[in-house]
Design a protein around this ligand. Structure first.
Ligand code: NAP
Length: 275
């Protein structure tokens, strides 16, 4: 058995993705959603040990607490200070962060884009943006510019890219080869901004042909920003690929088998509105 812990977790697509993978692999495994309230990660991990659960995906608000509660962290998880994937190995709980690697894989599979030597720009500096910034730098990006509403968080995120990272402004967007929208702006039915629900975090007129524009938001699959980017002639990648590929990496850590990514993609597309 594997599962996902979060609060709320009812709408998580993780069990669906994991179970699609197990079906395709012919494994008699099951993934379930465990609602775990904030502050109760230690209890959840004790349950994981007691019940012999092989793996857990970790979603909000537990990613930081999970990094403190596991027996060891991978290098990526330790540098980010968060864990989104826990694997039980010889009785020890190993925490990893697969969001960034899943994102880079989604660029490779979705657009044939490799960050090595490229000029990248990330709008946003929250948990998802930080994972993306670090993964792009680890992937050899020439530059990773971070643009965020709150400057101090932009500086913290840019530092994760080491020498390739710097804080920028929207004036840098036109010069980037890859533009990543990593804020929560554009999520269907959710207004976390407090500003009445804006649908794009910057002026899409800054985008142009020759750029790749990625949006981490996957509900809807085509966000207002991606629609505008396509209209401007840019290539686009939606956020569903990151979700699928981080789940695929988790399945590989748990089962030691190659994840059936196509089956996971098909399951994700069946459950996600396109507009
Ligand atoms: P988070 O930690 O809460 O960070 C939110 C970010 O959005 C911050 O940088 C925040 O800026 C910015 N922001 C919020 N409202 C804004 C506004 N009105 N204008 C400009 N910036 C605004 O969230 P997160 O966990 O990083 O998630 C960000 C998005 O990525 C969410 O939509 C989430 O669903 C998505 N996501 C997708 C995947 C995937 O697999 N595709 C994985 C993880 C997350 P401040 O710092 O100024 O507050």
């Amino acid at each position: 058995m594997v599962g996902v812990i979060g609060d709320p977790v009812r709408y998580s697509l993780s069990p669906l993705l994991h179970n699609a993978a197990f079906d395709a692999l012919g494994l008699d495994w099951v993934s379930v959603a465990f609602p775990v309230p904030a502050g109760a990660v230690t209890d959840a991990l004790a349950g994981m040990r007691a019940f012999g659960i092989v793996g857990l995906s970790v979603t909000m608000p537990h990613k930081h607490d999970a990094a403190l509660g596991v027996d060891e962290c991978t290098d990526v998880a330790a540098r980010l200070g968060v864990v989104n994937c826990i694997t039980r190995k010889a009785g020890r709980l190993v925490g990893d962060s697969t969001d960034g690697a899943g994102f880079v894989e989604s660029l490779r599979r979705g657009a044939g884009f490799d960050p090595a030597g490229r000029k990248c720009l990330v709008v946003g500096a929250g948990g998802a943006a930080r994972a993306v910034v670090m993964a792009l730098a680890d992937g050899g990006a020439d530059e990773v510019v971070v643009v965020n509403r709150t400057g101090v968080r932009a500086a913290e995120a840019a530092a994760l890219a080491g020498g390739a990272g710097r804080v920028g402004s929207t004036a840098d967007i036109s010069g980037a080869e890859l533009v990543v929208q990593a804020t929560s702006v554009g999520m269907a039915g959710i207004d976390r901004s407090g500003d009445g629900g804006i649908s794009v975090p910057f002026d899409p007129a800054l985008l142009h042909a020759g750029q790749l524009v990625a949006d981490l938001v996957y509900h809807p699959a085509v966000t207002p920003l991606l629609a505008a980017a396509e209209a401007a002639g840019a290539q686009t990648v939606g956020g569903l690929g990151m979700l699928v590929h981080q789940a695929a990496l988790a399945v590989e850590r748990w089962t030691q088998q190659t994840a059936p990514v196509d089956a996971m993609w098909a399951a994700a597309k069946r459950s996600t509105p396109t507009g």
